[in-house]
Design a protein around this ligand. Structure first.
Ligand code: 1CP
Length: 345
């Protein structure tokens, strides 16, 4: 039996004080991250250099003693592994060569995914070994984007907007869109199974743009492919718990949680934790959902917001986190302040 609080929670236990980690806990708000990133020579290089990627994965664990580390990589490394052109322009976010037609679809390769992603699996192995040696209570999370969210970037070619092109393609040419999604789903399964085999102890599916869809779109492009993926993962690796994050799902969170064979569901900032507790299965852990801007602000507001979430979640399986990723202007000492509040329960 595991003694790691994060894994006990995913097994359905109401561990208290709750385990905690933060989305984007490795990143630009940490000076030690910026140093390694500048040294590595670009973001993709950082993700595919195991020594550097393992180092930045471990930095926030050393600083704060979080209960989980999350592999340092990006959801767009799956299209990259399928051969889609990807670059991260300074200050602009990701740019991809958009997939808009049959030729774009045909150019995506499934065969080379495992080989191109091999350095990422080496990072997983290194981080797991380092955790077992130095942080035995910290679990390792592997992750991927859900097919819908990653397809948004693949079709649009960039982030930062509302993914109008991708959403229109889903209406105008659903056959082509479904074919892109199907190829991506297969690549994502390969990629997540490889992470589990390399030592990831839990897997998280990020569906950051789930909330852009209509209810019928949500069922077709979020729930259906995510259920297929999660079911395949559970069948192949029944001991690896899964976390789903259908961001901005609103009341459709209930349908998502009922349909998905997952052990935890993550709440975005706007979700009422009490509503979520009443509408997801009682043995399914909840994760979230502090406003990242409260951590930038610090002060008494940070303590109050964190305590309100704890009060709403006491007595059920719960993992403290943010409602979305930590943002670069966050003062690192405010994360330490948050940890003091949380460890006091
Ligand atoms: O150093 C830099 O300038 C790059 C910034 C950065 C970082 C630190 C990007 C570019 N990705 C990451 C790492 C990352 N991304 C992690 C790893 C570790 C951790 O959490 O500590 C994870 C889990 C992600 C996941 C990710 N990437 C998501 C899903 C979660 C979310 O935030 O909604 C998404 C949507 C992305 C795409 C992406 N990658 C990077 C950026 C700036 C973006 C967003 C682009 C947009 O605005 O649409």
């Amino acid at each position: 039996m595991t003694t790691k609080p994060f894994l006990r929670t995913l097994a359905g236990e109401a561990v208290w004080p709750p385990p905690v980690w933060l989305m984007r806990q490795a990143g630009r708000y940490l000076p030690e991250y910026r140093a390694v990133r500048n040294e590595a020579g670009g973001f993709i290089k950082l993700c595919t250099t195991p020594e550097a990627a393992a180092e930045v994965t471990l930095q926030p664990i050393r600083r704060y003693g979080f209960d989980a580390a999350i592999l340092f990589s990006d959801i767009l490394m799956v299209p990259w592994a399928m051969g889609q052109g990807l670059r991260f322009a300074e200050g602009e976010g990701p740019l991809l060569d958009p997939v808009r037609d049959q030729a774009g679809l045909d150019a995506l390769q499934l065969e080379g995914v495992a080989e191109r992603a091999a350095p990422i699996m080496e990072t997983v192995r290194r981080v797991r070994a380092a955790l077992e040696a130095d942080h035995p209570n910290t679990a390792l999370i592997g992750f991927a984007g859900s097919p819908w969210t990653v397809a948004c970037y693949m079709v649009e070619g960039r982030g930062g907007g509302e993914f109008a092109e991708a959403r229109r393609m889903a209406f105008r040419n659903p056959e082509l869109f479904a074919a892109v999604m199907a190829k991506l789903e297969a690549a994502t399964l390969t990629y997540l199974l490889a992470q589990a085999d390399a030592g990831a102890e839990a897997l998280m599916l990020f569906d950051s743009w789930a909330g852009l869809l209509s209810p019928s779109g949500f069922r077709r492009w979020v729930i259906e492919p995510s259920v297929r993926l999660a079911t395949a993962l559970r069948a192949a690796r029944p001991d690896i718990p899964l976390i789903g994050f259908p961001r901005l799902a609103g009341p459709l969170l209930q349908e998502y949680a009922a349909a998905m064979p997952i052990q935890a569901v993550a709440m975005d900032t706007g979700m009422d934790p009490k509503w979520a507790a009443a509408h997801v299965p009682p043995n399914m852990a909840l994760q979230g959902n502090l406003d990242p801007q409260a951590v930038v602000a610090g002060g008494p507001a940070l303590d109050e917001e964190a305590r309100a979430i704890l009060a709403a979640m006491r007595g059920r399986p719960f993992i403290f986190n943010l409602g979305h990723g930590i943002v670069p202007p966050t003062p690192p000492e405010h994360v330490a302040q948050l940890m003091d509040v949380l460890r006091a329960g």
